[in-house]
Design a protein around this ligand. Sequence first.
Ligand code: PMP
Length: 308
Amino acid sequence: MKTPAYVWHNGRIKPFAEASVGVGAHALHYGSSVFEGERVYATPQGPMFFRLRDHTERLFHSARVYDLNVGYSADEIDQACAEVVLANKLGSAYLRPIVYRSGFTFSLAPPLETQVDVAVIAIEWGSMHGAAALEQGVDVCVSSWNRAAPNTYPSGAKAGGNYLNSQLIAREAVNGGFVEGIALAPGGLLSEGAGENLFIVRNGKIYTPPAGASILCGITRDTVMTLAQEMGYAVHEQPMPREMLYFADEVFMTGTAAELTPVRSVDRKPVGEGKPGPVTKALQRAFFGLFDGSTEDHWGWLTPVQAR
Ligand code: PMP
């Protein structure tokens, strides 16, 4: 990954190499960081954040779970995001705000005033699984690794430590020749991908696992559910067994990084006709239409990248 020229770190823009983390940082040892992934899209109206405030709010919610004091207001974090995009002169971007316990301590319950640092990284990044994946779909497997039980570490908080589980899921998939792994929840029902939410289309209806299935409630998931309902589809958040993947007419995954990626096979079994289906394609058109203006943004999801 190409490093950007500048990063926002603890209140100001600085050269990327100057924003460093110490070897004693609590977050490095124990995963005590929370972060976001969010995008700026190039639109006919110029570069626009997509659902910036929703991401910032989720960052604060995640921080609450681990008693991380962000030390900045939501407005200040939004502004930091704008500043780092502008500093790097990016017309479109993937942003990574991160709040992490940087102080040196081996305590598992460190004093709440132990230092917390905040950074926002912005890079140019196309879709996570590549442009061809968006068009042709990807081959996935069901992982032998489960998502974490809700009473272990919560999937709803987007914390660095959670991504050990995601790394196991993704690595196993890649080693097996797949693009991504779909994990089951502790009870054996469908959960989500290593870094994406999961959707199934069957008989014209759309299904996705519920919050209780150890998922991160994705902002792209919410976007797609909203667009689908507006287009007249019935959308059901419900627990589903693994075999629903094999009965599905269509399967797709959503995420800020993965955007809306069709799944063309699961465990080497083709999904439907083994290529993206009509519902997936219609939803992709609606989603990407938000950024070329062909889908009207009447939710106020797009906000311009501007300095205060
Ligand atoms: N689940 C996991 C585990 C993720 O890492 C992500 C990416 N943030 C998602 C789902 C999708 O979330 P969002 O649409 O908010 O990016």
